[in-house]
Ligand binder design. Structure first.
Ligand SMILES: [Zn+2]
Length: 399
């Protein structure tokens, strides 16, 4: 229901612009449209104030993605290569590896953030079966993007996968809009995710000005609780290092400096409506909002096994490691089912909030163990690696 409201308010908002132009994004909810929005914002600000010291050098978070291609014309049934191109572009934009970062003006260079998030096409589906992370559905509807029907098999769309464990991306045809994104807390779970016009997904067979995958980068920004940088009345986006602005730069590629609300606009931020070729960065302040979201309303993504290949991790099979007891009171025993040279193994213990430590392995006559009694209680991930092979086990510390 919210989607329809957003679209109507959006069209009303922009009734002065040229409608032959594709609208950049249909996500622009007011706080009253998000249940519990004030509680969520209070949580976000509290988390940021308590975790500012953990901004850099965190463990990379990998978010499992399922792409639902919902097509009416053959051309809309986009290729797997086009889908993969979008994942690769996301993994550049969210890791500050996009080459156009060099175009960011000097005054904003210090605010550029590596968000330390990557995306994978899901390798295991909600039933535990192997998958390529893509569903394909024929629909009778010529332009289903933006309709609630896109989220339901029974209405000619495609059912979401568990949206607490997967980022659902629906790709379909729209006659007017490039993309939509759900804010955390906005939607019912079956409709949570983002929607992208097939003509703006990836960088294969797509046309300017939205041809570099940045519609998806922008909508995932909303999905992770980022607002647009600008508002029409110079309100704040609740991010300290993005200058207040009144310009969306829809369909534009501005020249720096462009001034509004008394300061130079960061129009090259992904959360503007600038053309794809003219946006390049997230900020450190935006990164903190994203991390708060991943430790709050979207925390389920951190414990998803959607990116872990089923039954093909030969290294894990060879070691045959069991850890016990789990939950642990502080001593965590390690039993290697197969004989192994422990000196070749590297252990890393990563807390759900991102901080990491390298536990020392202790050996007694009967067993090997970690003493974790000095660490705070919580959920950890034990990463076991040897050269370029690795696997992860979830550990709960409850002293
Ligand atoms: Zn937007």
């Amino acid at each position: 229901m919210f989607r329809g409201l957003f679209l109507l308010s959006f069209i009303f908002w922009f009734n002065n612009i040229n409608f032959s132009q594709t609208l950049r994004c249909g996500s622009n909810p007011t706080p009253s449209q998000i249940p519990n929005q004030s509680e969520l914002e209070a949580f976000t600000q509290k988390w940021i104030s308590e975790n500012e010291f953990t901004l850099q050098n965190r463990s990379i978070i990998t978010i499992p993605v399922v792409v639902h291609v919902v097509w009416n014309q053959t051309v809309q049934n986009i290729s797997t290569e086009q889908i993969q191109s979008q994942i690769e572009l996301l993994n550049k934009d969210f890791r500050a590896l996009n080459t156009d970062l060099s175009t960011v003006p000097a005054e904003f260079q210090n605010t550029i953030a590596d968000i330390e998030i990557e995306f994978c096409l899901a390798k295991v589906d909600p039933n535990g079966e192997p998958t390529n992370g893509i569903t394909r559905t024929f629909t009778q509807a010529p332009a289903i993007l933006g309709s609630t029907s896109i989220h339901y098999n029974s209405e000619g769309g495609s059912d979401a996968w568990d949206s607490s464990k997967y980022l659902n991306i629906w790709v379909a045809n729209s006659n007017s809009i490039a993309g939509f994104g759900s804010f955390p807390g906005e939607d019912i779970p079956e409709e949570d995710g983002i929607e992208i016009n097939y003509q703006n997904f990836g960088n294969i067979l797509v046309e300017p000005p939205y041809h570099l995958g940045r519609t998806t980068t922008h909508e995932i920004g909303h999905y992770l609780n980022l607002c647009h940088v600008w508002t029409n009345d110079c309100e704040d986006d609740k991010v300290l290092d993005t200058p207040i602005s009144s310009q969306s730069y829809l369909g534009k590629c501005p020249v720096h400096p462009s001034v509004s609300c008394g300061s130079n606009d960061m129009f090259m931020n992904f959360m503007y409506w600038t053309n794809d070729a003219c946006m390049a960065m997230f900020t450190k302040g935006q990164k903190m909002r994203i991390l708060a979201t991943l430790n709050g309303p979207r925390a389920g993504l951190l414990t998803s096994n959607g990116c872990i290949e089923v039954g093909t991790n030969q290294f894990e099979k060879e070691l045959n490691l069991t850890v016990f007891p789990n939950p642990s009171l502080g001593i965590l025993n390690l039993n290697f089912g197969n004989k192994t040279d422990l000196s070749l193994l590297r252990f890393e213990l990563i807390h759900k909030n991102g901080f990491k430590t390298h536990p020392n392995i202790n050996s007694s006559l009967s067993t090997n163990y970690f003493d974790l009694s000095h660490l705070p209680n919580g959920i950890y991930f034990l990463k076991v690696s040897q050269k370029d092979q690795m696997f992860v086990k979830k550990i709960i510390l409850a002293k």
